[in-house]
Design a protein around this ligand. Structure first.
Ligand code: FES
Length: 131
């Protein structure tokens, strides 16, 4: 094999690699990103709730639920209206029930729920928020 043939092969491999990269560049391995753990050092009785900047923690009859305060329309932070017992988005007035179910407005989906773990001896909760 001559030096010229070896060089041609390397140029050919380089061209094939360069041309095929855009075809496979989207095929990346998903990296696992662990959720953000937020600790709440307060116990709630049934019916009580706690408002945090990222979520509302509510003690329902069947256990604690954490509802995201990020609107499912364009991502504004929803406010909780205590007197009505529902969420209202200040951006385009989407409304959601106390447990995050969609009522009206341009956001057509329910608010997201986060996984909640109750700590032993009623010391509080850990909320797992995806990144
Ligand atoms: S961002 Fe909430 S309704 Fe548009």
């Amino acid at each position: 094999m001559t030096r010229r043939n070896i060089l041609k092969r390397w140029v050919l491999f380089g061209l094939l690699g360069g041309l095929s990269y855009p075809l496979f560049s989207f095929w990346k391995e998903e990296r696992y990103r662990p959720p953000i753990k937020k600790r709440v050092s307060k116990w709630l009785k049934p019916g009580e709730f706690l408002i945090e900047p990222e979520f509302l923690l509510l003690m329902a009859e069947d256990g604690p639920i954490a509802i995201s305060r990020k609107c499912t329309h364009l991502g504004c932070r929803v406010n909780f209206l205590k007197e009505k017992g529902e969420f209202l988005c200040p951006c385009h007035q989407s409304r959601f029930t106390k447990d995050g179910k969609y009522i009206s407005g341009p956001a057509k989906k329910d608010l997201k729920r986060y996984k909640v773990k109750a700590l032993k001896d009623k010391k509080g909760f850990i909320i797992y928020m995806p990144r």
